[in-house]
Write a protein of this length. Structure first.
Length: 289
């Protein structure tokens, strides 16, 4: 993590804010292509054979292909859900670290797909026709589905006790829903062919690197993030005669726009009274009745 800290100090100004929105916009473009011009999708997939033969745009354009679904209503609901998760992760970790997480998952997936094709092509003995077929075969497994899944798993680790409404009816904690997702991933990993297993593993490698390799799960928990912010607030000197006059104040942690100009504040419609909360406590506070 010290390496990430050094990178953040040097390159944080290049981080893409609101990255989740751009990913969903890319999905929307790919979804439109799949309906109005399905043939174009064949030129977007990650096909290692064609990449090595000049079609280098496939290293990026495969990200435009959305997770498979035939129900546009379900697709819209899932994209809104992942937008909410990704936006809150970006606020919790910071824009740079969230960028590293998402782009890391994309990079690992590309590496996994290319290495898988190289190994299969080497075993098969090579040949243009065989290589093209193997490239198409590997491309069938490469998807952003598990990258989206890694966003959900990361959010569940950071906010394990947050409730979501399953099917808009059943309240369930994120940690239990994450267990169900983990079982589904394991089931996919067992039943698929070994090229698919490599792609699944590489797509989720960003999750493993950020949480298991560092052995620092609590660093990204809301409680720990709040503790560090309170400490910085208490130790940071305030300047100016008007520093005590604020427009916004979180009813949980007491932070204002003077503590962090990038903070966003919202009123809770479920609380009795005009109670305002910062972005980290809007979804986690106990409602005042």
């Amino acid at each position: 993590m010290k390496f990430i800290d050094r990178l953040e100090r040097k390159f944080s100004r290049y981080a893409v804010s609101n990255l989740t929105l751009y990913l969903i916009m890319g999905y929307a473009i790919g979804y439109v292509f799949s309906f109005i011009a399905p043939g174009i999708v064949n030129y977007l997939t990650l096909n290692p054979y064609l990449i090595f033969h000049g079609q280098v745009w496939r290293l990026i354009t495969w990200v435009l292909i959305p997770p498979s679904t035939d129900n546009i209503f379900f697709y819209i609901i899932m994209m809104l859900f992942y937008y909410s998760l990704g936006t809150n992760l970006e606020r919790t970790w910071g824009t740079f670290r969230y960028n590293v997480y998402i782009f890391g998952g994309i990079l690992y997936t590309v590496i996994g797909g290319i290495v898988t094709w190289l190994v299969m092509d080497l075993i098969s003995g090579g040949g243009a026709e065989t290589g093209a077929l193997l490239g198409m075969y590997v491309g069938m497994y490469v998807s952003t589905y598990y990258i989206c899944m890694s966003i959900f798993l990361a959010f569940a680790v950071c906010y394990p006790d947050m409730h979501v409404m399953l099917y808009f009816i059943i309240p369930i904690k994120m940690k239990w829903l994450a267990v169900v997702y983990a079982v589904l991933i394991l089931f996919d990993f067992v039943r698929t062919a070994w090229p698919g297993r490599i792609v699944i593993f590489m797509s989720l490698l960003n999750f493993l690197v950020f949480f298991f390799s560092t052995r620092d799960f609590r660093r990204y928990s809301p409680k720990e993030v709040h503790r560090r912010q309170v400490y910085r607030q208490a130790t940071q000197p305030k300047h100016g005669a008007g520093h005590g006059i604020t427009k916004h104040k979180c009813a949980v942690c007491g932070r204002t726009e003077l503590d962090d100009p990038s903070l966003e504040f919202r009123f809770c419609s479920k609380c009795a009274g005009n109670y305002e909360y910062c972005q980290e406590h809007l979804f986690t506070h106990q409602h005042i009745r």
